[in-house]
Write a protein that binds this ligand. Structure first.
Ligand SMILES: C[S@@+](CC[C@H](N)C(=O)[O-])C[C@H]1O[C@@H](n2cnc3c(N)ncnc32)[C@H](O)[C@@H]1O
Length: 222
């Protein structure tokens, strides 16, 4: 296994399952943010039932399973076997859902069918160098297809490649993965440079409460 997969397996063991139901009593739902019952939903993908969509870094699979229940051909890719064990246990029965263990760029390079939408929720788009990933996504999106991703906004002054620490035991060093942070206008520039159109990047404010960190949501079209 690669160091990246080992790091994300470690992360996976520390993360709880998604709740059985959301505040509206639904058993599946889409969430772009780190807050429960907050923000927009699957409508950002602008993809009708039957459309093929790709989740890059699907984790335990809650979002991609929801899209399958809406009738989309929903493909989830994650580098962590442990995340996919959890995803298959909970959602493996869902018609229209496919889950693959792979690195995001390798999967995009090998796929031959293309996608109506590619998205990522605090997922592989955050943890992959955009100079390598954006061309691979652009290549697989059908004309007019949507790229949408969300992640934590950058800390002021900390831009480009940053270290993210995944804690282990008290007497072990944390594992480290890389992530890429940019201000909204820098994301807009990057996406345009890679041939995307209809680009927007905005920070959605946190819901009322003690936590103030919003959610960066970036949207573009092929
Ligand atoms: C912070 S978690 C978010 C998971 C999920 N999208 C969610 O919202 O719960 C990041 C996920 O991205 C996956 N990931 C990171 N780098 C990846 C890569 N290069 N290719 C595929 N998956 C990756 C990790 O294994 C992990 O499941």
């Amino acid at each position: 296994m690669t160091d990246t997969a080992i790091a994300w397996d470690t992360y996976s063991r520390q993360r709880p399952e998604r709740r059985p139901t959301n505040a509206a009593g639904e058993t599946t739902w889409f969430n772009w943010t780190a807050y429960p019952d907050h923000g927009p939903g699957a409508e950002l993908l602008e993809t009708p039932a039957g459309g093929r969509v790709l989740d890059l870094g699907c984790g335990k699979g809650g979002n991609v399973a929801h899209l399958a229940t809406l009738g989309m051909r929903a493909v989830g890719v994650d580098v962590s076997p442990q995340q996919l064990v959890a995803a298959r246990e909970r959602w493996g029965w869902t018609p229209g859902l496919q889950l693959h263990q792979a690195d995001a760029i390798s999967f995009l390079r090998e796929d031959r069918e293309g996608f109506a939408a590619v998205y990522s929720v605090y997922g592989a788009v955050w943890f992959t160098d955009p100079a390598r990933l954006l061309p691979a996504i652009r290549e697989r999106l059908r004309p007019g297809g949507r790229l949408v991703f969300s992640q934590r906004p950058p800390v002021e002054g900390c831009y480009g490649c940053q270290a993210s620490y995944i804690p282990r035991g008290a007497d072990e060093d944390p594992l480290i993965v890389k992530r890429w942070d940019y201000e909204p206008d820098a994301w807009e520039r990057l996406l345009k440079e890679h041939g995307f159109t209809d680009v927007s990047a905005d920070v959605l404010a946190a819901p009322p409460g003690n936590r103030k960190t919003g959610t960066l949501i970036v949207r573009a079209r092929a």
